[in-house]
Design a protein around this ligand. Structure first.
Ligand code: V47
Ligand code: SF4
Length: 366
């Protein structure tokens, strides 16, 4: 069956994947460094079809970005500002409810809330925001706050992580997005975002969330100063936690975008590198059901191509409600996609569009 593969190591790893055996971190390193891309893609597709068949998942969502004022100074960030700096914003709860109001009575099922780590806002401010949004849009799923935002607001309130998450759940928090993970390796993390919550804190918040019945996503920020071993270390920590909690729904590789930030001298990863990264993630993270291509970052065509490399989830319709990636130089300067456009994009890739809710229950197959 694998007679077209001549390299022995490639054949050994390919056989593991085909036989549904877990690959090791060394195998993952080999996939990154040495295996021809077309074979990695072939193996990623086997894993993806085993989990998701031909389904490609999406939802109808919008983002709320409460503020871009942030106490941190991540070198890759094009989005954050200090208070009173040009381009800074901090929406009041009333303003955010005005942004959310047009979605009343629409088919949108999820609001994704993330922003900067504001120095003054505390858990009760954000709790009230969630509560008011749910009052305005009953039944909406609130996926909110990166572990870095949570770390700050929970510490500020003097609660333990478990108590803080419990409190937010009582306010209506349904799940947690994957941001803030960046790269777990401490040496690299020190160089690109030295002050913010470290890897153990990020992992602990997601662990406690899962144990509190709050599912979450995970990300990696790649294509800056890290090497393949750092990426494998990152994936290994996620796979280990997932074995324990089973609380991650999706993994989202985020490609470093180099516009308007302190690492702008670094060239962005080439497309073949992005595709390989999706594919290796799909193969290695055998216990995370979904690999997401976040099209406001990748562009729509690239997200469509990624469906051949292990990706099965295209996030949502977004409705031009996020600025993180347009400010970092994405081709999608006005990220919006109608459900019709999303369905066509998926069908044109030869796959089956499945509209989902935030927990991957099927709303409708097209
Ligand atoms: O943590 C910031 C990243 C993340 C840049 O869970 C950058 O469904 C690349 O986590 N180049 C926030 N990346 C976004 C995020 C996310 C996005 C979509 C879906 C989900 C989900 C989560 O954005 C940050 C950071 O890693 N980021 N600046 C940049 N210049
Ligand atoms: Fe703040 Fe997030 Fe930007 Fe870092 S990436 S500076 S934590 S907004």
């Amino acid at each position: 069956m694998l007679s077209f593969i001549s390299n022995t190591q490639t054949k050994i790893i390919a056989n593991k994947v085909i036989n549904n055996e877990r690959i090791s971190p060394d195998d993952a390193l080999f996939l990154f460094e040495k295996m021809p891309l077309h074979i990695v893609a072939y193996l990623a597709d086997i894993v993806n079809v085993r989990i998701n068949q031909q389904n490609v998942w999406f939802n109808r969502n919008f983002h709320l970005e409460p503020t871009n004022i942030c106490i941190h100074n991540c070198k890759f960030c094009s989005y954050s500002r200090k208070k009173n700096q040009d381009g800074a914003w901090e929406h009041s709860i009333k303003e955010m409810l005005e942004i959310a109001a047009p979605y009343k009575g629409s088919l949108v099922t999820e609001v994704h809330i993330v922003g900067g780590v504001h120095p003054e806002r505390n858990i009760d401010f954000y709790g009230e925001l969630i509560y008011e949004i749910k009052k305005l849009l009953p039944g909406i799923h609130v996926k909110a706050f990166t572990a870095v935002e949570l770390d700050h607001m929970i510490k500020k309130s003097g609660l333990s992580v478990f108590q803080g998450l419990k409190k937010l759940k009582e306010y209506g928090l349904d799940s947690i997005p994957g941001g803030g993970a960046e790269i777990f390796n401490s040496e690299i993390r020190k160089q690109i975002c030295h002050e913010k919550s470290n890897a153990d804190t990020w992992l602990n918040i997601h662990r406690q969330a899962h144990l509190n019945g709050i599912p979450s996503n995970a990300t990696i920020l790649y294509g800056h100063i890290e090497n393949y071993a750092h990426r494998v270390e990152h994936l290994g920590k996620l796979r280990e936690l997932q074995d324990y909690t089973h609380g991650f729904n999706a993994f989202i590789p985020l490609k470093y975008k180099n516009r308007n930030n302190l690492l702008s001298h670094i060239k962005e990863a080439v497309i073949s590198e992005d595709l390989r990264n999706y594919a290796v993630s799909r193969i290695f993270l055998d216990n995370i059901p979904h690999i997401k291509a976040y099209w406001p970052m990748t562009g729509k065509e690239m997200a469509q191509l990624a469906l051949e490399y292990g990706v099965d989830d295209l996030d949502g319709t977004i409705d031009d409600s996020t600025k993180i990636y347009s400010m970092a130089g994405s081709v999608e300067q006005k990220p919006e996609m109608t459900a019709g456009e999303m369905i066509e994009l998926i069908k044109n890739a030869g796959k089956v569009p499945v509209e989902r809710d935030s927990l991957y229950n099927i709303i409708r197959k097209y």
